[in-house]
Design a binder for this molecule. Structure first.
Ligand code: AMP
Length: 398
């Protein structure tokens, strides 16, 4: 990566402000139900402390308070969990900018500080330069380690980098290493599995991958718009009617680019979503039925292609994996990927990451992205503003 990371600069005696992604799920009693995002930030925090940073000032958003103080979205439960995981006292403040915040940080004996929810200020998402400047005024160096929000140009992800030396943390470095290698210099054959619900969300992704992949396997709700474009019966299965022409043109482009497209060829169908007892497998979907999973023949075809791959990128489940009756295809694909040897397996965040997790296969994949939207945009070939704003290896501001 051509961006500077925390290993390229010195932190001794410096105050460091770090954008982390502590947007964790909370239950009604404000208990954290999954603290993975806090754990993911620990290596960067621990490294900065070890390097002698005088303050490590952490900032994040939580939920969607839309520019107002929402009591249930304060970062207080996160500070408590962070203290536990870090084994170090954390000063939790109830604001994120201003003279009082600065003073409290400077006078505290705690080295680790957690600012209040950034999105209590509408200026954060508006990337207001004055707000970014106020955040920057708290520290000497800025570290971005929030990959999940790197595709958004917000004050704490992009704006702040205009006022401070700005480098990437370990999490962003790891994401770019794996995603970058998978799309820019993949070992071949490179196979992409696409699923999920909407074609419109992933058109850009398919366009870009046609330039890179050897095969694209399309399952899930995505497949039906393509099957419709080929004149197949899809019954009541998921369809993006406005995208049928686009799907047809993508199939033509794939042919020209010599990219093999493998579509669902047999279907697990039901009369309606709740009628799991009507589940059966067919090659041709009758009117009035809908398909919610790929059938055994498709699974076999997908697995045969995956067995020859050297790089696999997976974005979107191939069935409604959240419901056990429709999860078999996604589980089979996930287990097959987990068993491949010497293959780089990249899971593009979001629902595919949730599926891999549900089947207990997290540690069997090469990399599971922490950012659904961010990884999608990266794979589409877009520049992520939160990363573009960091200083390049060639510049030497610190
Ligand atoms: P996306 O956000 O586009 O990746 O969509 C993910 C969602 O697609 C998941 O919640 C799945 O349940 C859903 N999905 C997968 N396969 C199908 C299908 N055949 N029909 C309808 N929804 C599906």
């Amino acid at each position: 990566m051509d961006k500077q990371t925390i290993q390229d600069v010195t932190f001794k005696g410096k105050k460091v402000v770090v954008r982390v992604d502590f947007n964790v799920p909370l239950d009604k009693s404000l208990n954290i139900t999954d603290d993975r995002r806090i754990k993911e930030a620990l290596p960067t925090i621990q490294y900065l402390l070890k390097q002698g940073a005088s303050k490590v000032i952490l900032m994040s958003h939580l939920g969607r308070p839309d520019g107002q103080v929402v009591e249930n979205l304060r970062l207080t439960p996160i500070a408590k969990q962070l203290e536990k995981l870090l084994g170090e006292k954390v000063l939790k403040l109830d604001e994120c900018v201003g003279a009082a915040v600065k003073q409290k940080i400077d006078q505290s004996k705690e080295k680790v500080v957690l600012l209040e929810n950034l999105r209590f200020h509408k200026e954060e998402e508006k990337n207001n330069p004055e707000f970014a400047k106020q955040l920057a005024a708290l520290a000497d160096i800025y570290v971005n380690d929030a990959f999940g929000t790197a595709h958004r140009a917000h004050a704490s992800t992009e704006g702040i980098a205009k006022f401070l030396p700005a480098v990437a943390g370990f999490l962003i470095e790891r994401e770019l290493k794996y995603l970058g290698e998978a799309v820019n210099s993949p070992k071949r054959p490179m196979v992409v599995i696409l699923g999920g619900a909407k074609v419109s969300d992933k058109i850009m992704l398919i366009e870009n991958l046609l330039k890179k992949a050897d095969s694209i396997l399309i399952g899930g709700g995505m497949a039906f718009t393509f099957l419709k474009a080929m004149g197949k019966n899809i019954g009541n299965s998921k369809l993006d009617p406005e995208k049928v022409d686009v799907a047809r043109s993508l199939l033509e482009k794939a042919k020209k680019a010599n990219v093999h497209i493998e579509l669902t060829s047999d279907f697990c169908i039901v009369k309606n979503f709740d009628a799991t007892d009507t589940l059966k497998t067919v090659k041709d979907i009758p009117d009035g039925w809908e398909s919610l999973d790929i059938g055994p023949e498709t699974r076999k075809r997908f697995k045969d292609i995956l067995s020859k791959a050297k790089t696999v990128i997976w974005n979107g489940p191939v069935g409604v994996f959240e419901i056990d009756a429709y999860a078999a295809g996604t589980k089979d694909v996930a287990q097959h990927l987990a068993g491949l040897k010497g293959v780089m397996t990249i899971i593009g965040g979001g629902d595919s990451a949730a599926a891999v997790s549900k089947f207990g296969l997290d540690d069997k994949m090469t990399h599971i992205s922490t950012g659904g939207g961010a990884s999608l945009e990266y794979l589409e070939g877009k520049e992520l503003p939160g990363i573009a704003a960091l200083q390049s290896k060639r510049s030497a501001r610190v």
